[in-house]
Design a protein around this ligand. Structure first.
Ligand code: T1G
Length: 700
């Protein structure tokens, strides 16, 4: 049982003990119910205290149980909360550290609540695409007031216990303990002090009203509609809280809440968010690297290259309070790098996002040098130099000569072979790829590229330091383009074929942006610079002469239309503005190109545009999974969400394919393969995809 029962004198204590956060899984719920029954049957027990062991009171319903029948199996959460409310003896919740979701709802079912300071209190269900489904939308307004409760439920954000406990008129907490350490003693004393109080206070008996009633909720709905965009849950949160103020009885409000909760549980948006909650946490786990693998201590970092990437990379560590020594070849390059970092921070200070003293603290952690010998004490050295293997070789040979034993040598390469780079040193076990995404101080994604000989402790250390610098780290094996860039190459190829076959760049962008991408492939090319893709294709033409590409992207670059930086790319730009204006010149170039190829343009539906772009990611992702470049499909989803603007409410390419049904995905690929202007070979479903589709399964 994952709840313990002890009697201390005349107080029974029920302790949730389901690490890591006392998720309210079936066995925990059963443990609470059993403890309650035992306490009520024991005449020597005058009152009951409910608390949580470890680092949380409770993190809520067990997300890992969702979708299984265990979540609804009796005693379900609502039954346990009803048992608390109907207990014949006072139940006091002793709350510390984390009281979230069902955990807070559990406490709201108790007669009293004693809380330690510093506890994070939240109803974060909306972040999972659902809403509090165990009375939270009906009870929280009764103890905090409608507006405070609604803000917490619609935002899902945590509020510190001492803040809530000091709100005038609040009835959420009956006592704020002096400290987490004194919580249990104070809670038991409090329980003794109310042991004979009757009738026992019930949150459900308190009123829930808002003076402006419907007008207020209409106002809130309008506000929330704009913010909620592709997510249905926030508006339903408003409906549930409104029901608390309009229902004829508390229980009628509970029924309404349940209806709304179950409806949201069944939405694709909620399935996507729940998938991502677990995928994000799973990404930091490497199947063959045990979680207790010893890590190397990272106290000092060095960054080689003070360009855009190097500066952004350095900022990540400065922001985490880790000193950085930045090396360049020439003083003016260092000066430029420092100026860029200062400019970035000053922009944040100006926007009020960074305090001046914090800015100065961070800059004080930054030092520069022109001499490799100064890197001898660095624990982690990251090179962000020119993307050319000869330059990388020179850097790593020098690092091998000066870096102390045990220093981790990381390359920020986005396409080069990390094993080759490791071969330039005598210490391949210390070499790893750390592929940041530009702007490196903003983009959350970090691809950690594992070389054949990269040590497990190096991987464990890099995953831990990634968490410290607030990156979503995903491990990739060594291949051209790792995970993200390898997949986007297929996506870009499809975009090129689509405009050859009859689309305009604007039509392709609009279709995929309607699907939810932050930016379509052509606007993205103009932003990143079309010449970057051009350089990669030139290399590709040498390496893989058989690989089919549309020539339009090359023709565009030959016109000098690199994108925003040349005020002309796939679109025209007014200097200083970012608005992408469709270009007649580009449409003319495409039409001429079609004529040269003897292509008769055809009307292509938005649906075909979206499916070819998204399924090209899915097929390449399936190959990546099969080759072991990525170890889990959720990792691929995390790469695409945090690095390439895949829409959150779709859950990532691999999850989205599962929502479509892999059988349907394979059928669509067979259709695309019939198109002579497309690349039939590419649309052969990856063997893993074909196998799963045939078995009616989804990606792991
Ligand atoms: N269920 C199951 N596992 C959970 C969990 C949960 N609710 N919360 C966290 N974990 C696991 C997580 O997967 C990870 O596992 C480990 O705990 C540490 O998590 C009816 C239906 C609590 C603030 O949305 O916000 O109640 O990877 O890395 O940074 O209304 O976890 O180690 O195997 O995040 O210290 C509502 C979600 C559920 C809270 C701790 N509750 N959790 O943060 O650790 S729905 C939530 C969090 C609900 C009712 C409805 C955070 C945390 P592993 P972590 P952390």
């Amino acid at each position: 049982m994952t709840a313990q029962y002890h009697v201390h004198g005349d107080i029974a204590v029920i302790t949730l003990a389901n690490p890591p956060v006392n998720g309210l899984g079936l066995s925990t719920r059963q443990g609470i119910a059993d403890g309650l029954a035992q306490a009520q049957a024991d005449a020597s027990v005058k009152a009951i205290v409910l608390t949580g062991a470890g680092k949380a009171f409770s993190g809520g319903a067990d997300i890992k149980e969702f979708g299984s029948d265990k979540a609804l199996q009796e005693p379900n959460l609502n039954s346990v909360i009803a048992a608390l409310e109907n207990a014949s003896k006072p139940v006091v919740a002793a709350i510390h550290s984390v009281a979230m979701g069902g955990g807070l709802e559990l406490a709201l079912g108790c007669h009293y609540r004693v809380v330690a300071p510093g506890c994070s209190v939240a109803l974060p269900e909306v972040k999972l695409g659902i809403l509090p489904g165990a009375g939270g939308t009906q009870r929280l307004p009764r103890v905090l007031g409608v507006e405070t409760a609604l803000n917490m439920i619609v935002s899902g954000e945590a509020v510190k216990s001492e803040l809530l406990a000091s709100a005038p008129g609040q009835k959420l907490f009956d006592k704020l303990a002096a400290s987490p350490e004194s919580l249990m003693e104070e809670a038991q004393a409090f329980a003794r002090s109310v042991a004979d109080v009757r009738p026992l206070p019930l949150v459900r008996k308190l009123p829930a009203k808002h003076p402006q009633g419907d007008a207020y909720f209409q106002f809130v709905r309008n506000m929330v509609k704009g913010m909620a965009k592709n997510f249905p849950a926030p508006l339903k949160c408003v409906d549930a809280v409104a029901a608390a103020t309009t229902s004829r009885s508390f229980d009628e409000g509970l029924v309404r809440e349940r209806e709304l909760f179950l409806a949201l549980m069944a939405t694709p948006e909620s399935r996507a968010l729940r998938h991502l909650f677990l995928a994000e946490r799973a990404a930091s786990k490497i199947p063959d690297v045990p979680s207790d693998t010893p890590q190397r201590s990272i106290q000092a970092v060095a960054v080689i290259g003070a360009g855009t990437m190097g500066g952004g990379i350095a900022m990540n560590f400065l922001n985490a309070g880790i000193p950085v020594k930045m090396l360049e070849m020439k003083p003016e390059a260092l000066e430029r790098g420092l100026a860029t970092i200062r400019k970035n921070y000053e922009a944040q200070v100006k926007k009020g996002k960074l305090k001046q003293d914090k800015y100065e603290q961070r800059m004080a952690l930054l030092s520069t040098t022109l001499d490799y010998a100064d890197l001898a004490q660095a624990d982690l050295i990251i090179e962000a130099v020119f993307e050319e293997i000869g330059v990388k070789e020179a850097v790593f040979r020098q690092l091998d000569a000066v870096a102390k034993p045990g220093a981790i040598l990381a390359s920020n390469t986005s396409t080069l072979d990390v094993d080759k780079i490791a071969s330039f040193t005598q210490r391949p076990q210390d070499v790893v790829g750390m592929h940041f995404f530009s702007p490196a101080n903003v983009m959350k994604l970090l691809e950690v590229v594992r070389g054949a000989q990269t040590g497990k402790d190096v991987l464990a250390t890099v995953m831990a330091i990634a968490k410290k610098i607030k990156k979503t780290a995903v491990v990739s094996g060594v291949c051209d383009g790792f995970i993200g860039n390898r997949m986007i190459e297929q996506y870009s190829r499809q975009a090129g074929f689509l405009i050859e076959e009859g689309c305009t760049p604007a039509q392709v962008d609009k279709a995929i942006e309607k699907f939810g991408f932050a930016m379509g492939p052509f606007r993205m090319g103009d932003l990143a610079g079309n010449d970057i893709g051009w350089a990669i294709r030139k290399r590709r033409y040498q390496e893989k002469p058989g690989m089919k590409y549309s020539k339009t992207a090359d023709l565009l670059c030959e016109m000098g239309r690199y994108g925003q930086k040349t005020s002309a790319g796939w679109y025209d730009y007014v200097p200083g503005k970012r608005d992408a204006l469709p270009s007649a010149l580009v449409v003319e170039m495409i039409e001429k190109h079609r004529k040269d190829l003897g292509i008769t343009p055809r009307k292509i539906s938005d649906e075909e545009i979206v499916q070819r772009l998204v399924l090209s990611l899915v097929n390449e992702g399936a190959h990546i999974l099969e080759e072991g470049i990525a170890s889990k499909s959720g990792d691929i989803d995390m790469v695409y969400l945090t690095g390439y603007g895949f829409p959150l409410h779709r859950g990532g390419p691999m999850h989205y394919a599962g929502e479509l049904g892999l059988f349907n995905v394979v059928q669509a690929m067979h259709r695309f393969a019939q198109n002579p202007l497309d690349d039939a070979a590419f649309w052969q479903p990856a063997p893993l995809l074909a196998r799963l589709a045939a078995a009616g399964q989804v990606f792991n």
